[in-house]
Ligand binder design. Structure first.
Ligand SMILES: [Zn+2]
Length: 664
């Protein structure tokens, strides 16, 4: 790991304290800080008057003490003078009311005035720090992809730009009306000028506005990127995005334009499976596996993990490192005395080092020693590729259905528990060359695929790759509405040897935070349908389809429910299909079967734990509070223990056939 540090807001503390902070950081082994985000008010206290001297002095002190700086553009927190003097820079909410300042992220991303101010502060800050050897990289804005605080902007400027975006995309309004199924409920628009996103109730239209906003925020980020690059081409540039596969805008679109990816990751014991999948996604978000940054992680998480809280600070850092993180920043150095986010930090409000400081220091020294012994550790070796589709994400999100995200996380969890680390790749980045590197490719409830990409998948199977798809496959067109033909469309219908016309809900979807695989309570009226799968019992979750065989081999029929007797799990050459989301027991059986077909070695890994190979080293990670055993490796770990050992001959272990006998 190159940088192990924290977010620091020196502007919030007495000047005479700051050298003490730098000394304490150095003693703790912290070698980087993230600074400057939200500091627009002090960088430009009055319009056009800039003040960077305090920071310049601090950068010198930090550099003298071996602490590097990830500098941030402060544009997520415009100063008060701006919204007072230029109220038009503020967002307009979905009811047409102005968004007031007093929080952050209240400026409209298409406001010409705001954009000019944002360019000017970026330029001024970049010039001020251009020759500082401490600054190694820049973070643009803060959590640029998270609009949760105020939602999207719906002002007149955004509306006009959206209309123009639609004109470019559809060319004539009849094409747009056809794409958006305007024939229903008198939904046709007579002209582009009459489209107002505030009126959108339909999923497809909301998804279109989110795609437009993705493009708008990408443009906003690129504007700052270009200024920074012009002033110092050596700086690396990123932004930090919020912990989710699909924030309000598409992060893969933004990171395609930046030097590296950085994800804020607040880990909790009950979200570990989600976090593991999230890191596997960020390692691949730019199209090929790359080291990523954990832009923020919690010194505040100890409040969520009860006893052994401080041990978690260490185990989560090692977990991130094993997944491919090369920089990690705790949030934050010292607990805020007032305002938002008063949660615990590395130092408490008093500034006196305590247990969290000691835990972070111990971790920093251990990680530095490890990184010096293994300076060129290759990224994790992944044998399985899971494709994460942006359109499916938007559509399911606006449908209020989080089963897509569940499907990604559950499948990743099932692979992890079989000892396999997957690469999670944005589907839009996938190509024949990339697919060919993996013996197993997974489509988790992927609701749209282009015909071109369906052809790529067909070729992948012809060349010997194992393709697995889990229900809802390619049933939507590129606009997000149902195709007027059976799923999964002509090419995949032949490839999988089946068609799907009918499906039904088993129970209402659970809230997206309710990961039942973690043993959290499922609402009592949410029934799981139990079926038998290869002689064992498995639960079907939320949804099931009724595939009609057209050449596939039926491996398992539904043993219960309205589709009893219909195919549940099928195989057609190298293309495998599961017609319903499954619980942990069911997915474990399915995954074992797929790994055997793809000839990927598997071994048992305890729940929430990880076995990750990087080059000639293998990480065994136990982020839980229990003692665990990796039975196939003969490794036992204490609570919160991480162990990294040279990979031995055991790596080539192949699961015994007796475990797989039921499938073949
Ligand atoms: Zn706007």
């Amino acid at each position: 790991m190159k940088h192990f540090g924290c977010a620091w807001y020196p502007e919030a503390w007495p000047e005479e304290r700051l050298l003490t902070d730098i000394r304490l950081m150095k003693e703790a082994g912290i070698n980087a800080v993230r600074m400057g985000e939200f500091n627009w008010g002090r960088f430009e206290p009055r319009e056009g008057c800039f003040a960077f001297d305090d920071y310049r002095l601090l950068l010198e002190r930090l550099h003298e003490n071996g602490i590097a700086v990830l500098m941030c553009t402060p544009t997520a927190a415009p100063p008060k003078w701006m919204s007072s003097r230029y109220p038009e820079i503020r967002k307009t909410d979905c009811r047409g009311n102005p968004v007031y300042d007093g929080n952050r992220r209240h400026a409209c991303p298409s406001s010409p005035g705001f954009r000019a101010f944002a360019r000017r502060i970026t330029e001024a800050a970049a010039h001020a720090f251009r020759s500082s050897p401490a600054v190694f990289a820049w973070q643009i804005d803060n959590e640029i992809a998270a609009e949760a605080e105020h939602g999207f902007c719906f002002c007149e400027t955004c509306r006009k730009r959206f209309q123009s975006y639609l004109r470019d995309k559809y060319e004539c309004v009849d094409a747009l009306n056809a794409a958006w199924n305007g024939a229903f409920w008198s939904g046709d628009f007579p002209s582009f000028d009459e489209i107002d996103p505030r009126s959108f109730k339909r999923v497809v239209r909301k998804a279109e506005y989110a795609q437009f906003m993705s493009a708008l925020y990408t443009e906003f980020a690129c504007e700052q990127r270009d200024i920074l690059r012009r002033i110092n081409p050596d700086w690396k540039i990123t932004t930090n995005s919020w912990t989710t596969f699909l924030p309000d805008v598409a992060p893969d679109e933004i990171y395609a334009e930046l030097d590296y990816a950085s994800c804020d990751t607040y880990v909790g014991n009950d979200t570990l499976e989600f976090i593991h999948a999230f890191w596997d996604y960020y390692r691949n978000i730019q199209g090929t596996p790359r080291a990523f940054t954990v832009g923020e992680t919690g010194a505040w998480n100890p409040v969520t993990v009860r006893n052994d809280a401080y041990g978690a600070l260490s185990s989560w850092a090692w977990d991130a490192l094993a997944h491919g993180a090369e920089n990690l920043f705790y949030f934050r150095w010292r607990q805020s005395v007032m305002g938002e986010e008063e949660h615990p930090a590395i130092l408490p409000w008093s500034g006196n080092p305590g247990l969290a400081y000691e835990a972070v220091a111990e971790t920093a020294h251990a990680i530095r020693a490890f990184s010096e012994r293994h300076p060129d550790l290759p990224l994790p070796d992944s044998k399985a590729l899971m494709l994460v589709d942006r359109l499916t994400g938007f559509i399911t999100k606006f449908r209020g259905d989080y089963s897509f995200f569940h499907a990604v996380v559950r499948m990743n969890q099932a692979l992890n528990e079989a000892g396999v680390l997957a690469d999670l790749l944005p589907l839009q980045k996938a190509s024949a060359d990339i697919l060919a590197r993996y013996p197993l490719v997974i489509l988790p409830q992927t609701e749209h695929l282009s015909d071109t990409f369906c052809g790529t998948l067909r070729e992948y199977c012809r060349n010997g790759g194992i393709l697995f798809a889990q229900c809802r496959l390619n049933r939507l067109d590129e606009f997000g509405k149902y195709r007027m033909e059976a799923a999964p469309g002509t090419i995949l219908r032949e490839l999988f040897g089946l068609r799907v016309d009918e499906s039904c809900e088993i129970r209402r979807a659970v809230d997206f935070r309710e990961f039942e695989y973690n043993g959290r309570t499922v609402p009592p009226d949410n029934r799981i349908l139990e079926v038998s799968l290869f002689g064992e019992t498995a639960g079907l979750l939320s949804f099931m389809e009724r595939p009609v065989p057209e050449g596939c081999r039926v491996l398992q029929e539904y043993s219960a429910g309205v589709y009893q007797g219909a195919p549940l799990f099928t195989e057609c050459g190298n293309a495998w299909y599961l017609a319903a989301p499954m619980d942990r027991r069911g997915l474990a059986l399915v995954v074992k079967c797929l790994l055997k077909q793809a000839r990927i070695p598997c071994r048992k890994v305890p729940p929430k734990c990880q076995r990750i190979r990087r080059g000639d080293m293998v990480f065994y990670l136990n982020p839980t509070s229990e003692r665990v055993c990796f039975p196939d490796d003969g490794v036992t770990l204490s609570p919160r223990e991480c162990r990294c050992v040279p990979a031995g001959d055991a790596e080539e272990h192949v699961p015994p056939d007796r475990e797989m006998g039921a499938f073949v």
